[in-house]
Ligand binder design. Structure first.
Ligand SMILES: *Cc1c(COP(=O)(O)O)cnc(C)c1O
Length: 375
């Protein structure tokens, strides 16, 4: 049996997808070629690409007034590509950022190179939330407190902080916040495809594939079409949404193999019953793990309960001196990559779509056993 892989990214993929890719490695569908060897403009790859886009649109119910782009450079490149494309949509060239952890902080820092960038809100300090004291980066700023500039070109936040394990899903209606023309721009890298998306709240949503959607190398950008066409003159042509959307993501050679694998993941998701079904599975997985953590004395999760991530579950051991033993023994038990990010410490279990409930049960039973022996 394969071990359970809790890596935050690149991360576990459905075994059925890997096996299909292996079977098709040297000859895709009777073409006589590996997908890696095909022209991106040939009929074989065009079929792969068209199906991938259509399946993704179907899975997430992406409205027709949104373009789906398959880009390169990861979410990190997108942190520059977004201001380069969107900040010029209003003369003030402003954008507002909500800070809620490592990734949104990085997005904000990169954006400051391209315009008048302000912090709309930050959870970077401890606060009382729902009557309880929360440490920095373990809670999410309430939209009612966001300082939004009505002449900003967009407002950015990260909907799932992969490192801190903070997930924010209560996306506001910007009209109700007095900023009807400040579209939301959302880094959803680490929970993309794990739950449904309300596109009426979205201006642009982006995700590096390697967390939940496929292999590294492709970044999915879903953008409302009216937001395209405002790129700054310094925007590289290959990153100008007008060019990418106008050429169906083939302005230059796209990451063909990564798109192919992501396409297989989309088909796998449809077979599981689509996003509604995978979301239910994710709810059950997260509940099982958090319930266990809350009842255990050796382990604890620090995140404010209302915004605990269903995908990335950081936890601390009450006795930090046991960390190395925990990691060595868990690996031996076939539970891989549980080491927490260095900025948070402790452990982190990333429990993406492709990790089944069985994997959670294996983790919990290891943790129970470990607690009995060391707690
Ligand atoms: C992993 C991650 C990124 C960075 O992705 P790269 O592909 O390495 O650029 C950005 N944002 C979030 C939320 C992530 O999880």
């Amino acid at each position: 049996m394969r071990p359970w892989n809790f890596s935050a990214g690149p991360s576990t993929l459905p075994l059925a997808v890997l096996e299909q890719a292996a079977a098709e490695m040297t000859d895709w569908n009777g073409s006589g070629m590996s997908v890696m060897e095909m022209s991106h403009r040939g009929k074989h790859f065009m079929q792969i690409y068209t199906e991938a886009e259509a399946d993704l649109r179907e899975l997430l119910h992406v409205p027709e007034d949104f373009a789906i782009l398959f880009m390169q450079g990861g979410a990190t490149a997108e942190n520059a590509i977004i201001p380069l494309n969107l900040i010029g949509r209003k003369p003030a060239q402003k954008a507002d950022y909500v800070l809620s952890g490592s990734w949104s902080v990085k997005s904000h820092k990169e954006a400051t190179r391209y315009g008048d960038i302000a912090v709309a809100a930050s959870s970077g300090e401890s606060a009382t939330v729902d009557g309880a004291e929360q440490q920095a980066w373990t809670w999410f700023p309430d939209p009612a407190t966001w300082k939004i500039r009505a002449d900003a070109s967009y407002l950015h936040f990260c909907s799932n902080e992969t490192i801190g394990g903070v997930e924010f899903t209560d996306w506001p209606d910007m009209a109700e916040l007095g900023a009807p023309d400040v579209p939301l721009v959302i880094d959803a890298s680490s929970h993309f495809l794990s739950r449904s998306i309300d596109f009426s709240r979205v201006g642009l949503i982006y995700a590096g594939a390697q967390k939940n959607a496929g292999p590294a190398g492709v970044t999915v950008v879903i953008v409302r079409r009216d937001l395209i066409g405002h790129a700054l003159p310094i925007c590289p042509s290959a990153f100008d949404y007008t060019n990418v959307a106008g050429a169906d993501s083939m302005f230059n050679t796209p990451p063909t193999y990564a798109i192919y694998i992501a396409g297989l993941v989309f088909k796998w998701l449809k077979k599981q019953g689509g996003i509604a079904a995978i979301e239910q599975a994710n709810i059950a997985k997260a509940r099982a793990l958090y319930d266990y953590l809350d009842g255990a004395s050796l382990y604890s999760n620090q995140v404010q309960p209302a915004v605990r991530s269903r995908m990335n579950v950081p936890f601390l051991l009450a006795d930090e001196s046991l960390n190395a033993t925990f990691l060595a023994e868990s690996e031996q038990a076939g539970l891989l990559a549980l080491k927490g990010h260095k900025s948070v410490g402790g452990m982190r279990a990333s429990i993406y779509n492709a990790l089944p409930l069985e994997g959670i049960h294996a983790l919990i039973s290891f943790m129970q056993d470990f607690e009995q022996r060391h707690g």
